[in-house]
Write a protein that binds this ligand. Structure first.
Ligand code: BGC
Ligand code: BGC
Length: 614
């Protein structure tokens, strides 16, 4: 699969987009070109490169020219007009055009959160969130996901994705647990590096590479109590053991950008931690790309003194600052520019630091060829949400499913089953399948995006023509069925909005199960969630139990495995807790299921007794 993408799509497109003259031109190294350009730049032009403004913050799009901005982003809720592929493309092209009309014609680089596919755009394919990718333990799939995501980004003229999140989420009460591959630093490194290779097209210098952004450096998933943007309370040895290895792997994979975490280490904000940003990441690990701050994150260093934040973060090694606010509000991009200019004049930020930050940004822009390649291949635009892309996501879904229980071999279901009842609203809800960071920042329930298949529809496509499929949102009315597929799930959330103290199933989830049980036929439960939930007696009540994580738009992958066209391959990427009180300890001892657990059709009994301790 990897080869199919890199060779048939990637290189073919690269060849047709790169005219010979451009190739000859780029023979000079990105370093030499960045140095040469730097010499021609004014302080204003350099500082402009260090700014990344949210598109909704710009008072006028021409501010991109006026302030020589290096980057513009769309945050989770900053979509263009009707959020169609065409309006994204138009917006990206417009910003590029404006930047190309500046004195030095330095192209901007547009950035978006593409954390499970090009997830803000209507009709793009949505992949499983990282926790599901972690369950696949399959680096090749992660690379393929990165390649498809890159191609869908390129189809809208965007060459920077804030992805992969390589957080090692320890405490699953953290609302971003699903953005993490799991609790193993090695797994986060392996899958994260693969994602980087996919996005950046290996070479990182072809017109089909997209700049990856490993995030959030570092320890975002290790905060006390699983609090979002919280504090890591540990010594340096622990920090290096659990949170640094994925960054070492990403740097080795040549990641071009890294986003700095909102969180703190023993009370000190990462955004101002010179030791960790400059000494460890840049000098010790040899990171040659650039650092971007998180969304208004520098504002939190000294909440009342923005200028001091600019000084502290830039001097710590921040190269670009993400600024969501525009003129008229405090701490906007014009404040940043003025403050940084003043700090240089006052000798508080050395010119060498400004040069280093600018050089790093320019070097990446040269290495990616964005000075030369401005056109978007219409074939890539047309391929957004294509069947080929959806098939890659569908394979990810198949391999991400973890079978926790399968009494009496109730699974796989026969396609010729006479009457199957499907229970639970989640079975017919694309928004719940996708979770947060889908079309909008928080995600939402319902038909969030065109295309894709709910689990209910996938089941309908899979069973024989003679099968009767009935559905009830509340689990009632299953009498007379031969089996029930019950789907329950978490409602979508993102970031701090997903922080929870209680991870028990809700009363309504339990009620659907209770209602379904009344039919007295085998129940196959499918849980869609961003993390393991406390199952209580639900596990005993169901005959089979599947953890499906947040699979994304390709629900057909779930049906493929439930009906036995494919075997279960997924293994838990983190421990599954028995109860809420267990969550207080960082490493779950005596979990309900240990990391690595997962049954399969052929060896159900054997795997069950070996790992679950039940
Ligand atoms: C998140 C980042 C994201 C950024 C831009 C922040 O709140 O922490 O993961 O890349 O917003 O949307
Ligand atoms: C933005 C997100 C961002 C979040 C941070 C939202 O309004 O859309 O991109 O991550 O704010 O708080």
């Amino acid at each position: 699969m990897k080869q199919r993408f890199l060779i048939s799509t990637g290189l073919a497109v690269a060849a047709c987009l790169a005219p010979l003259s451009n190739r000859a031109q780029s023979a000079e190294s990105p370093d030499a070109r960045a140095d040469a350009l730097l010499k021609q730049m004014t302080l204003e032009e350099k500082i402009g490169q260090m700014v990344q403004a949210d598109c909704t913050a710009l008072k006028d799009k021409t501010d991109v020219q006026k302030y020589f901005l290096g980057s513009v982003l769309s945050g989770g809720d900053s979509d263009p007009a009707d959020n169609s592929v065409q309006s994204w493309l138009k917006m990206a092209m417009e910003f590029q055009e404006l930047s190309l009309q500046t004195r030095l014609k330095i192209p901007i680089i547009y950035g978006v959160d593409a954390v499970h596919g090009h997830n803000n755009v209507l009709g793009a394919v949505i992949f499983p969130h990282n926790i599901g990718m972690g369950a696949t333990h399959n680096a090749e799939l992660s690379e393929a996901e990165g390649r498809v995501t890159a191609e869908e980004l390129l189809g809208t003229g965007i060459r920077w994705g804030f992805d992969p999140c390589i957080a090692v989420a320890e405490d699953e009460r953290w609302g971003r647990t699903y953005e993490s591959y799991g609790t193993s630093p090695e797994l986060a490194g392996e899958l994260g590096a693969a994602q980087v290779r996919g996005l950046q097209a290996g070479e990182f210098s072809t017109p089909v590479s997209v700049l990856a952004c490993a995030k959030h450096y570092m320890g975002d998933g290790g905060t006390h109590g699983g609090k979002d943007q919280g504090d890591d309370r540990c010594d340096e040895a622990a920090l290096r053991k659990y949170y640094l290895p994925p960054y070492a792997a990403a740097v080795k994979a040549n990641v071009g950008s890294i986003m700095v975490s909102y969180s703190s280490w023993n009370g000190k904000k990462m955004s101002a931690n010179k030791y960790l940003l400059t000494d460890v990441l840049k000098n010790e690990l040899g990171f040659k790309g650039f650092l971007v701050s998180d969304w208004a994150a520098i504002d939190q260093i000294y909440p009342t003194d923005y200028k001091k934040n600019v000084e502290a973060s830039v001097n710590a090694g921040m190269d670009m600052v993400m600024i969501p606010k525009g003129p008229g509000s405090t701490n906007n991009y014009i404040d940043f520019i003025n403050d940084l200019k003043a700090l240089v004049a006052e000798g508080k930020v050395p010119m060498a630091r400004i040069d280093d930050a600018t050089r790093r940004i320019l070097r990446i822009k040269y290495a990616m060829g964005i000075f030369e390649h401005h056109d978007v291949d219409p074939a890539l635009t047309a391929a957004i949400g294509s069947a080929e892309h959806r098939n890659v996501a569908r394979q990810c879904v198949r391999e991400s499913l973890v079978l926790l229980k399968n009494s009496n071999h109730v699974l796989p279901l026969a396609k010729t089953i006479k009457h199957l009842h499907v229970a639970g609203q989640a079975a017919d809800d694309l928004g719940m399948q996708c979770g947060g960071w889908t079309i909008s920042w928080q995600g939402k329930t319902g038909a969030v995006t065109p295309g894709g298949t709910t689990i209910l529809n996938a089941i309908r496509h899979t069973v024989s023509a003679d099968t009767q499929v009935t559905f009830s949102a509340d689990g009632k009315g299953a009498q007379g069925a031969d089996a029930i597929v019950l789907v329950i799930g978490e409602r979508p959330y993102a970031e701090m909005m997903g922080d929870r103290r209680d991870l028990s199933l809700t009363d309504s989830q339990k009620e659907i199960l209770r209602n379904a049980k009344q039919a007295g036929v085998p129940v196959v439960a499918v849980l869609m969630s961003g993390r393991p939930l406390v199952l209580g007696s639900a596990l005993d009540s169901a005959d089979a139990f599947v953890a499906a994580w947040l699979p994304g738009t390709e629900g057909q992958g779930v049906a493929d495995v439930l009906f036995g066209d494919y075997n279960f391959k997924g293994k838990l990427p983190r421990a599954w807790p028995r109860n809420n009180s267990q969550l207080d300890s960082l490493t779950l001892s005596d979990p309900l299921f240990a990391p690595g657990f997962g049954l399969a059709y052929a060896n159900t009994e054997k795997t069950a007794s070996a790992s679950s301790g039940k």
